[in-house]
Design a protein around this ligand. Structure first.
Ligand code: ARG
Length: 568
């Protein structure tokens, strides 16, 4: 496709009297594929030459002498439209997809550039709630997309494993805890202790003081406090890892806030040295009110540190360790102020990398009828949600395809894929509604729908008794000349651009939406075109076309973290 575009750019540059580079940049797919394969809008040129764009287009069209791969040039208003010889685009696009296979859509654009992605980052001793699902799924997808673009990606799980709440939990465990129950019940038991502490501290204010002392002891390395804390962390981590396993998510760094414990004093000292710290009533702060960002608390009166202090140390550590070009924080929109403060304080500290830190926010996740909230006691465990999704998929398979081989693997792929796609289908900043029926439907904009589009192509090959991987050509691509066929070709051709845009905007939904578009044009293609039982050369070319579409869907789903089984 690139070489074809280059030929067209040469013709356009000559006829319009512009540079090759300008022509190359201006060429775009026409809004209506019936108009041709590439279009060049003449507005910018018209403005420069103070002429009418339609006249420029008409004059240029008359000047160009077509030679293959160029078949025709026509002016349509201010646009110059180029048609390539039948099959030229299909040959270039399909040829490339078949050759590249699983690598199709990727590039080396980001080679040599490291991007750090802080994502998932749940809090220990609390359930991995459904609200942490979004960060996990979005962050992992961004990581895969950037990797496909050649970046070195460092996925970091900044576990919430430090802070005054662990003082409370230590006190609760000392008073009421039972190791037997902890070993058996795990996180729900820790949550129970935490809830009990908060209920009892109202009646016994001394508890709060005890908890503060316990956290101080923890920060100072007290052995008993550390041992308890380590146990809470271990129990939590084991549960989290099971969820990551289900979702197929990995981290290069599984560190957590406690990791920065030793690195905080240096940051606080540096803030001090630069005169940025202010003593206020019961805390040490950085005053950001001149920037409209309020105050950022660095230390409490009892010297205990905060989430912010640890984030400051973490950002500096990450830059010094990884020399990133960008460091992303995939965290809900509720923490927008926190990140603006963090970036601003680093800027005040004179750290140039502060410019390269990006908060990648996202909207809320809600169940169709009840808002999810731990505070209201309605805890929804993500693991249960995932297991339920797999169970529903299992039931569906039993109903529709009881003889399916490998049914268990497919049920997992479909169930988890449905939950993941539901989260990645729209722009991340939008709130997501969680509705079991919608999410698992085989029609509509769902994960299973895309998996089905992929499996359907596999079934065409099975029916034909052909091995899709052995499809070798030569193909008569000029036969793929109907509008439906050209639409499929075009959707496949534009996929790498969708990946590039998703990477640039940290927006996996660009890939999701592109796959939905591809599935839609494929459905039209099936209605209008038969693949098997037509003339052999046509059948072969169409097989190549759907094979290219299948590879594209599989690659796109893989970037989102969704498997594409061959049968379902
Ligand atoms: N543990 C935090 C939470 O659950 C998210 C941490 C995000 N990462 C960070 N570097 N602040 O809200």
């Amino acid at each position: 496709m690139e070489t074809l575009k280059e030929r067209v750019a040469e013709a356009a540059a000559g006829a319009l009297g512009i540079t090759l580079e300008e022509a190359r940049d201006a060429l775009e797919p026409p809004r209506d594929p019936r108009l041709g394969d590439l279009a060049l809008p003449c507005f910018a040129l018209a403005k420069r030459q103070k002429r009418n764009p339609a006249e420029i287009a008409a004059a240029a069209a008359a000047r160009i002498v077509c030679a293959p791969p160029l078949a025709a040039v026509r002016a349509a208003g201010p646009y110059l439209n180029f048609c390539l010889v039948p099959g030229a685009v299909a040959a270039a696009v399909i040829g490339r997809v078949l050759a590249e296979g699983p690598a199709y859509g990727g590039s080396r654009a980001g080679a040599g550039q490291t991007v750090v992605i802080d994502f998932s980052s749940p809090n220990i001793a609390k359930p991995f709630g459904i609200h942490h699902l979004r960060s996990t799924v979005i962050g992992a997808a961004i990581g895969r997309i950037l990797r496909a673009r050649g970046h070195d990606v460092v996925g970091v799980n900044h576990l919430g494993d430090w802070g005054t709440q662990f003082g409370q939990l230590i006190v609760a465990f000392r008073r009421w805890g039972d190791e037997g129950r902890l070993a058996a019940e795990k996180i729900p038991y820790l949550l129970e202790l935490y809830v009990r502490f908060n209920a009892e501290r109202k009646a016994q204010p001394a508890l709060q003081e005890e908890a503060r002392a316990a956290f101080r002891a923890l920060e100072q390395g007290d052995a008993e406090a550390r041992a308890l804390w380590r146990r809470f962390r271990e129990v939590s981590e084991a549960e989290f890892r099971r969820i990551y396993e289900l979702l197929g998510v990995r981290f290069e760094h599984f560190t957590g806030e406690s990791f920065y414990e030793e690195r905080m004093p240096a940051v606080v000292a540096e803030l001090e040295r630069q005169g940025l710290l202010v003593e206020s009533e019961d805390a040490t702060i950085v005053d950001l009110s001149a920037d409209g960002l309020g105050v950022s608390i660095i230390k409490k009166a009892d010297d205990s540190t905060l989430y912010m202090t640890r984030d400051l140390a973490a950002a500096i550590y990450r830059f010094e360790t990884f020399r990133f070009v960008h460091a992303l924080y995939v965290v809900g929109a509720a923490q927008t102020l926190h990140f603006r403060q963090l970036f601003r304080v680093l800027e005040l500290l004179g750290r140039p990398f502060a410019r390269d830190l990006v908060h990648v926010p996202f909207g809320l996740l809600r169940f169709r009828d009840a808002k999810m909230s731990t505070r209201e006691g309605r805890v929804i465990y993500l693991e249960d949600v995932l297991q339920r999704a797999v169970e529903l998929a299992r039931q569906k398979i039993r109903e529709k395809n009881p003889d399916l081989a490998d049914a268990e693997r497919v049920a997992r792929a479909v169930g988890i894929g449905a939950v993941v796609f539901n989260d990645l289908k729209n722009r991340r900043i939008k709130d997501v509604t969680f509705d079991w029926d919608e999410l698992l439907a085989f029609e509509g904009d769902t994960g299973p729908y895309l998996q089905y589009a992929h499996a359907r192509i596999a079934s065409v090959f099975r029916k034909a008794g052909r091995d899709p991987a052995a499809l070798a050509g030569p193909f008569c691509f000029a036969l793929l000349d109907s509008l439906a066929e050209r639409d499929v070709t075009r959707a496949v051709a534009l996929y790498p651009e969708a990946v590039a845009r998703a990477a640039a905007e940290y927006e996996p939904s660009v890939v999701s939406q592109h796959l939905l578009d591809l599935a839609a044009v494929l459905n039209r293609f099936y209605i209008e075109c038969r693949i098997l039982g037509v003339e052999p050369a046509l059948s072969e070319a169409r097989l190549a076309l759907v094979r290219a579409a299948q590879i594209t869907i599989k690659n796109g789903l893989a970037l989102l973290g969704i498997e594409a089984p061959d049968e379902m």
